[in-house]
Design a protein around this ligand. Structure first.
Ligand code: KIV
Length: 272
């Protein structure tokens, strides 16, 4: 049995560090609604991220930038009502923490108070140091996020792999060390070379959760709608699809439509 299942009735930020210490990989998935979160939690997922990817996959925006703090709180509250064991981490949305540490703290407090979440995640390193410090000081656990940080997409210009050049790799390593020193309990590393991610994971005691960062890290995260194959048009190299829900749902909905049109549904047993 896994360390997490045996030892932790509820996964906490402390359990994640312990899992790293005991070489147990951490599983993390996104969820944004009650019904999906119940399945993700029941299946034994260690961490559920209420990601600002909700902006893309729930609301259909092109980027994560438009989602608001109120909308993140709505998604997080729905997820929280569903869970028994997973640790729930919520993204602070774009514009809710970058301008000053007091605003970051106010945003984080709203998420914790109004949704009941267990921790928040912020994108960036040295440039948001004061916001992270202020939030941690109030007793709110913070997960970092380095590498490809989608809230900065207009600075990067593309969603390609980050930190391939030495200067950016050095900055990433410095930022990861800084986040650990500040007191972050884990870091998401998105779309960076596997060798660099493994080096960062090895050099820190807090867990590194990768997405497109190879297998040398302490855990993995995927966006739930991507790994379930709900969107056929999104197929980056790092994505493994564990189901083809797009086909399953399309067939089921098509069959329903046909049965309604033909008068086959409902039959005698499906009425009162
Ligand atoms: O918002 C999100 O889903 C994320 C993951 C890609 C890590 O930040």
């Amino acid at each position: 049995m896994s360390v997490a299942k045996k030892q932790f009735k509820r996964v906490t930020v402390k359990s994640l560090v312990e899992m790293k210490r005991q070489n147990e990989k951490i599983s993390m998935l996104t969820a944004y609604d009650y019904t999906t979160a119940r399945i993700v939690d029941d299946a034994g997922t260690d961490v559920i991220l209420v990601g600002d990817s909700a902006s893309n996959v729930m609301a259909g925006h092109e980027t994560t930038l438009p989602i608001t703090l109120d909308q993140m709180i709505y998604h997080a509250s729905s997820v929280i009502r569903a869970i028994k064991r997973s640790l729930i981490v919520v993204d602070l949305p774009f514009g809710s923490y970058q301008s000053d540490p007091k605003e970051a703290l106010r945003s984080a407090i709203r998420i914790m108070k109004e949704s009941g979440a267990h921790a928040v995640k912020m994108e960036g390193g040295n440039e948001i140091k004061e916001s992270i410090k202020r939030t941690l000081k109030a007793g709110i656990p913070v997960m970092g996020h380095l590498g490809l940080t989608p809230q900065s997409i207009y600075k990067f210009g593309t969603y390609t792999v980050r930190a391939k050049e030495e200067a950016e790799a050095i900055k990433l390593k410095e930022d990861a060390l800084l986040l650990e020193k500040l007191g972050c309990f884990a870091i998401v590393l998105e779309k960076v070379p596997a060798k660099l991610a493994a080096e960062v994971a090895k050099s820190l005691t807090i867990p590194i959760i990768g997405i497109g960062a190879g297998n040398g890290v302490d855990g993995q995260v995927l966006v739930i709608t991507d790994m379930l194959g709900m969107d056929k048009s999104f197929s980056p190299r790092f994505l493994r699809r564990y189901a083809d829900l797009h086909t399953i749902m399309s067939e089921a909905i098509g069959n329903y439509n046909n049965d309604v049109k033909s008068g086959d549904f409902p039959n005698e047993n499906e009425q009162y």
